[in-house]
Design a protein around this ligand. Structure first.
Ligand code: IPM
Ligand code: MG
Length: 360
C-alpha cells in the first residue's frame, strides 16, 4: 500500500529516535512491498525558534492531510520559563485538540528479559499486560475558565475539570471494544468520592458497560489504583481514565517495563489518522549523544501501522523484531544495568536486521 507519514521529530532526543523509527518503517516497506512517503515538519521548541509558534499552521495542514503522524518529543530547558507565553507543549496539546485525538493508548507489557530493570520484584511482573486508555482532549488540560489574576493584591489561578457524557462515553466504549480482544476486563479509574466530574464518568461507564455483558467492569479510585498499579499490576487488563489521571498513572506504569524509553503510544480520534509517539519526553540531558533508547518510538511506529494503516502483520513483525533484539541481549544505556550499552543507531540497526531476516 501507499501511505503518507508526517514526521514531527521535535526537540531533544526526538530527532534521533524518530530517525531510527523511520528506518524501521523503511525496512517494513521493503520486506512487505509497501511505499511510505515521509514529510518532516516542525513542532515544539524548534518550531518556536523557527516561526514563533509551537504549532505552525503549515505543520497542522500537513498533519490534516496525512495518513499518520510520528512524533518524537517536545520541550526543553531553553523554553521552560514559566512566564513565557509560548511553550513547546502547546504544540502537542494543540495537535491533539485540533485533530480531535480523544483517546491515548499506552500499552505496558514488560519484556521478561528486562525484569531486572524494574524496581519491582520480578514475581510482581509476571503476567503484566496493561492497556491504559487515557482521555486526551478534555479535563483539566482544556477546561474553561482557565486564568490567572490578582484580586485585592492576591494572585490566584484557575483550571477547570469538565467532562460531558459524550466525551466520556466514546473513550469508555473504546476501552470495552479493546477489552473484547484481550482479557475482557475494564477498570475505570476516577475520584468519584470527591469529584462531580468523576461521578458523571462512573455513571456513564456503567451505562456503556451494560452494552458489553461479556466484559467485566470495575471502578477504582485513582489513589488506590495508583497503589495497585505497583502492588498488583497483573490484576489490570484495560484501564480507562480521564486526561490528567492518565498522564500521571502512565508514567507510574512505565516503571513496570523498566524504562520510560521502551513505551509507545497512539493518540486516536474519529478518523484513521493518529499521532504516534513514545511516552518519554525530550530528555535534554542526553540529547545529541546518540544514547537514547529508540524502542518506544519504534514500537509507536508499529502502533501506527496497526491503527492508522491497518497493517496488522507488519506491526507484529516490528514487535517481534524488538522482542528478539532484547532477547539477544542488545541494550541501550537506560536498560544496560551497567553492562555494555548499544548506541541509539546500533539498537535501531539490530532491530532492522531481525526484521529484514524475518525473525518475526
Ligand atoms: C504526555 C506528556 C504531555 C502531557 C506534556 C508534554 C504536555 O506528559 O504526553 O504524557 O501532559 O500530556
Ligand atoms: Mg506525561
Amino acid at each position: 500500500m501507499k501511505a503518507t507519514i508526517i514526521l514531527l521529530p521535535g526537540d531533544g532526543i526526538g530527532p534521533e529516535v524518530v530517525d531510527e523509527a523511520r528506518r524501521v518503517l523503511d525496512a517494513v516497506a521493503a520486506r512487505f512491498g509497501h511505499s511510505f512517503t515521509y514529510a518532516e515538519r516542525a513542532i515544539g521548541g524548534i518550531a518556536i525558534d523557527q516561526t514563533g509558534t509551537a504549532l505552525p499552521r503549515e505543520t497542522l495542514t500537513a498533519c490534516r492531510e496525512a495518513d499518520a503522524i510520528l512524533l518524537g518529543a517536545v520541550g526543553g530547558p531553553k523554553w521552560d520559563d514559566p512566564a513565557a507565553k509560548v511553550r513547546p507543549e502547546q504544540g502537542l496539546l494543540g495537535l491533539r485538540k485540533e485533530l480531535g485525538l480523544w483517546a491515548n493508548l499506552r500499552p505496558v507489557a514488560p519484556f521478561a528479559a528486562l525484569a531486572d530493570c524494574s524496581p519491582l520484584r520480578p514475581e510482581r511482573l509476571v503476567g503484566v499486560d496493561v492497556m491504559v486508555i487515557r482521555e486526551l482532549t478534555g479535563g483539566l488540560y482544556f477546561g474553561q475558565p482557565r486564568l490567572r489574576e490578582t484580586v485585592d493584591g492576591v494572585r490566584r489561578a484557575v483550571d477547570t475539570l469538565e467532562y460531558n457524557e459524550i466525551e466520556v462515553a466514546r473513550v469508555v466504549t473504546l476501552a470495552f471494544e479493546l477489552a473484547r480482544g484481550r482479557k475482557k476486563r475494564v477498570t475505570s479509574i476516577d475520584k468519584a468520592n470527591v469529584l462531580e466530574s468523576s461521578r458523571l464518568w462512573r455513571q456513564v461507564a456503567i451505562e456503556v458497560g451494560a452494552k458489553y455483558p461479556d466484559v467485566a467492569l470495575d471502578h477504582q479510585l485513582v489513589d488506590s489504583a495508583a497503589m495497585r498499579l505497583v502492588t498488583a499490576p497483573a490484576s489490570f487488563d484495560v484501564v480507562v481514565t480521564e486526561n490528567m489521571f492518565g498522564d500521571i498513572l502512565t508514567d507510574e506504569a512505565s516503571v513496570l517495563a523498566g524504562s520510560l524509553g521502551l513505551l509507545p503510544s497512539a493518540s486516536l480520534g474519529d478518523s484513521k489518522c493518529g499521532v504516534y509517539e513514545p511516552i518519554h519526553g525530550s530528555a535534554p540531558d542526553i540529547a545529541g549523544k546518540g544514547i537514547a533508547n529508540p524502542i518506544g518510538t519504534i514500537l509507536s511506529a508499529a502502533m501506527l501501522l496497526r491503527h492508522s494503516l491497518g497493517l496488522t502483520s507488519e506491526a507484529a513483525a516490528i514487535e517481534a523484531a524488538v522482542a528478539a533484539t532484547i532477547d539477544a541481549g542488545v541494550r541501550t544505556a537506560d536498560i544496560a544495568q551497567g553492562g555494555a550499552a548499544a548506541s541509539t543507531s546500533a539498537m535501531g540497526a539490530a532491530i532492522r536486521e531481525r526484521l529484514a531476516a524475518g525473525a518475526a
